[in-house]
Design a protein around this ligand. Structure first.
Ligand code: ADP
Ligand code: MG
Length: 853
């Protein structure tokens, strides 16, 4: 029996599914949480809110929803159990797993539901033949069928649902947010992570729960007086699940005021489920380690050659670091072999599996696959493996002690913008202990911390909730849109007031909020029609503002801005691959030929794509160059096919697809463009395409104008049938056939409005002025003027910085610039920079906003 059920996607018949579910049942019964089954169901029946505390891997996420479903906790009028996750990839992969355990069809193997159809079906996914009781919903991708009973989703998505019905509700004088009537239970999972969205949800769900309780109690009282037969309102049960011992805080937050009016609120009950935890020996390094990759490699080597069998889990920081360690470990295999040979021992190979969000659900499935015979598995992960994903069989943990959170630190005064640090930051002691615990699930384990004991002692005891350390612009916008004043919201942890003020100020500059009318004073600020449009776009406020501005400048600019927003939304800072100086020196040390360094070669390649106006346009050029190359490659493949096979009616053989794939990979390599980021950008771009359609932002390459009478069959397909992409995340390494390529059928403009030849010429002429204006409108405070010494100063602040060395404007140094972010490396740099006209700033002295409002 394979322990992973995610590897084999695709339709299974009902019988096979049932058989698999029967087999998995035994595994389920071994989980620690199984013993708490009845107690959990009972507590949920008896209380409005239950806090559940159990170690990672106990079975919280996969089992508790099933327990509640099997026990029939929900009524027919509120049949859904919603389970929120901080990460998309956890939501989709756990939904697949639970579907398998229940013998239900895997929601991930059902084609995506286009927004348009979903709208027609009143927001829900239309009746798909194969969607069963388990569904998931993440941004732009709702796979919840009409029979759904369990719905895994990101916490951001549930937030949107709460905000969704506002317009109608306000007209009717009802509360300003949705009441989540479809749900009988909301499970807020991974609550200990305390992401901003989780915190917002905790507050909003508590409001909704109380409102539904009041409605229910009122109905009960009315029922007593006269037994008029109106429909009973349903209660909302809430389960908060956490893997660390902070349960008390949630319990008092969800205290039930109604039970004992004399004694004050009674905290929600906390259930503890004892996990399975063997002893883990912890080793710290003697000295701080300068090169963590080298230290990790050495540790893996020592474990592999000296210690008993057992999988290794490495907690690294981000995609780049993971890939570089992966490469090192793969190079280690011959050394390992030689070592075993010398010792005269039979030895095994290292089987290296990377695991980070950008790889998508497919990568998670791979991490669960059984280790090939004669191998030791080494999973290199981000903190996704800390609590979201539990890998069985891990006996050794190697911990970098860092996490790359996009933590934002506000610099100084209100409206001053933010500095985002791309450095990985030290984790907390509690996170380090979580990581350590991963080694003790199957038997005694060992944890190797690549930092000193003193460094551990210096760590924060607990992870500081994100709300206390991040930019609150979107959070405040959300609350304002609900008519809630962020300063009086029921926060589980009240954010810094000055942070709220700063965010409110940027919203004001963006034109999203204005000062309230007298009678609405208590709301703090009032949302504008522009702000409302921005809330409707699930993007950071600045990008939403850009996109709206693009839409107003016509379909041509709208397309450019949409594509730029796709680039800016990806995890990586740039689609251009700039090799770091260190990887360069490493490759030299490894015997690479002398001559121009990688850094120089990349620089040369990027110069061909460079646009005089700056990095935004340069990246857009890179994207369009890729799409052009792709189209050309496809055309020539089609010509070849015509010559070769008589029946080549667009049916490409597997070989042709992979040839195209290899061709484009090589193209990326030659042009120093990161194909990994490109895959991600193209995926986001496709999602944005749907989003733009829904938001009526018309782009000139949109082949599906909402004109009545357009024959459906003329419309290029978005998701090819037969090979549905897993979870909206591309995995460049496997099924990226050209058919399932996000760009397939989209970039191609039939009828030649943007034919290939024209594109190149267009790019030469294009000065991207409107695009830059849109960027400027979105980056309301990220602009600066040059000073005499070549550094830049942001008006109204004393913050000076330079243009990042990777920028195309590094030597140009225009008078005025707009930039994406300030990064602090050896000094403060503005990154992703474009030139702007000083005049725009003057025009803009009065808030820039009203046009759209
Ligand atoms: P918790 O939420 O308490 O951390 P989970 O419910 O996520 O625990 O996981 C319970 C068990 O199910 C874990 O031991 C994990 O290894 C296993 N599991 C989860 N997903 C998969 C999968 N896709 N394939 C195989 N095992 C899985
Ligand atoms: Mg879990």
């Amino acid at each position: 029996m394979p322990s992973s059920v995610l590897g084999a996607r695709g339709p299974r018949d009902a019988e096979t599914r049932q058989e698999l579910a029967r087999q998995l049942r035994h595994t389920r019964q071994q989980l620690p949480i199984w013993a708490g089954r009845e107690a959990i169901v009972k507590a949920v029946r008896e209380h409005d809110t239950v806090i559940l505390m159990a170690e990672t891997g106990s079975g919280k996420t996969t089992q508790v929803p099933q327990f509640l479903h099997e026990a029939g906790v929900c009524s027919e009028s509120a049949p859904l159990i919603g389970i929120t996750q901080p990460r998309r990839v956890a939501a989709t992969s756990l939904a697949s797993r639970v579907a398998a355990e229940m013998g239900e069809p895997d929601p991930a193997s059902v084609p995506r539901v286009p927004v348009k159809k979903r709208k027609a079906a009143g927001g829900a996914a239309p009746a798909g033949r194969t969607l069963g009781k388990v569904g998931y919903a993440i941004r732009f991708d709702d796979r919840t069928g009409p029979d759904a009973r369990l719905r895994f989703m990101t916490d951001g998505l549930l937030l949107r649902e709460i905000m969704g019905r506002r317009e109608q509700a306000v007209e009717a004088g009802a509360p300003s947010h949705a009441m989540l009537e479809r749900y009988g239970v909301i499970i807020i999972d991974e609550a200990h992570e305390r992401t901003v969205d989780t915190d917002l949800l905790l507050g909003l769900v508590r409001r909704i729960q109380r409102a539904r309780r009041e409605a229910y109690d009122a109905w009960r009282t009315r029922q007593g007086a006269d037994s008029s037969m109106d429909v009973a309102p349903t209660l909302l049960k809430v389960v908060v699940m956490s893997a660390t011992l902070d349960a008390q805080k949630f319990a008092s937050f969800f205290a039930e005021p109604r039970i004992s009016p004399n004694d004050g609120p009674v905290p929600a009950p906390i259930l503890y489920v004892a996990g399975r935890q063997f002893q883990v020996d912890v080793c710290h390094t003697m000295e701080p380690q300068a090169d963590l990759t080298a230290a990790a490699r050495q540790t893996v080597f020592q474990i592999h050659t000296g210690l008993a069998p057992g999988d290794i889990l490495v907690f690294s920081t981000g995609a780049e670091e993971i890939e570089s360690l992966r490469a090192e470990l793969e190079r280690l295999n011959p050394v390992v072999e030689a070592h075993f040979e010398q010792e005269g021992k039979p030895g095994s190979r290292l089987h290296v599996v990377p695991l980070y969000a950008a790889l998508g659900a497919g990568a998670i499935a791979k991490a669960f696959e059984p280790t090939p015979p004669g191998c030791r598995k080494v999973v290199i992960a981000t903190n996704i493996a800390e609590t979201s994903i539990t890998l069985p069989g891990v006996q050794y943990v190697i911990d970098y002690g860092l996490a790359k959170e996009r933590g934002l630190t506000r610099q100084g005064q209100a409206g001053g913008g933010s500095v985002s640090s791309l450095q990985a930051l030290p984790i907390s002691q509690s996170a380090a202990d979580q990581r350590t615990g991963r080694a003790g699930r199957v038997s005694k384990g060992r944890c190797f911390r690549l930092y000193t004991e003193a460094a551990y002692e210096d760590l924060d005891v607990e992870t500081v909730p994100e709300i206390l350390r991040s930019d609150l612009t979107n959070t405040c916008l959300t609350l304002y849109s609900l008519g809630i004043n962020p300063l009086t919201f029921d926060w589980i942890s009240m954010p810094d007031k000055s942070e709220v003020a700063a965010s409110t100020m940027s919203l004001y500059h963006l034109g999203a909020v204005v000062e309230p009318r007298a009678e609405r004073r208590e709301c703090g600020m009032e949302i504008t029609p522009l702000g409302r449009r921005m809330v409707g776009l699930p993007l950071p406020a600045a990008l939403a503002r850009m996109l709206i501005a693009g839409g107003e400048m016509g379909p041509h600019v709208a397309r450019q801005v949409r594509d730029l927003v796709a680039i800016l939304s990806s995890d990586r800072a740039s689609i251009l691959h700039v090799p770091s100086q260190s990887s360069n020196s490493a490759s030299r040390a490894a015997g690479a030929q002398a001559g121009p360094s990688d850094f120089d070669r990349a620089h040369e390649a990027h110069a061909k794509l460079a646009h005089v106006s700056g990095d935004h346009a340069t990246q857009l050029n890179a994207l369009y160059a890729y799409l052009d190359a792709l189209q050309e490659a496809k055309a020539s493949a089609a010509r070849m096919a015509e010559l070769g096979t008589p029946d080549a009616k667009g049916h490409k053989s597997k070989g042709q697809k992979s040839a195209l794939h290899m061709h484009m990979k090589a193209w990326c390599r030659d042009n120093w463009i990161s194909d990994k980021s490109l895959v991600q950008v193209l995926d986001i771009r496709r999602q944005l395409q749907q989003l733009c359609r829904a938001a009526k932002i018309i782009c000139d390459d949109d082949a599906t104008p909402s004109m009545p009478g357009t024959p459906r069959n003329k419309v290029p397909r978005m998701t090819p049938l037969g090979t549905p992409r897993s979870s909206g995340t591309g995995d460049a390494s496997d099924d990226d056939s050209d058919d399932s390529h996000p760009a397939a059928g989209l970039y191609v403009t039939r009828g030649g409005a943007r034919g290939r030849g024209a594109a190149g010429a267009e790019q030469e002429r294009e000065d991207y002025a409107e695009l830059r204006k849109c960027i400027f409108l979105g980056r309301s405070s990220e602009y600066a003027f040059k000073q005499n010494d070549g550094s830049y100063l942001r008006p109204g602040s004393d913050l000076t910085f330079r243009i990042h060395p990777s920028s195309t404007l590094m030597n140009v140094k225009p008078l005025a610039i707009v930039f994406e972010e300030l990064v602090l490396t050896t000094q403060l740099y503005a990154r992703t920079v474009s030139a702007i006209e000083s005049a725009w700033v003057d025009e803009d002295a009065n808030p820039r906003t009203r046009a759209a409002a």
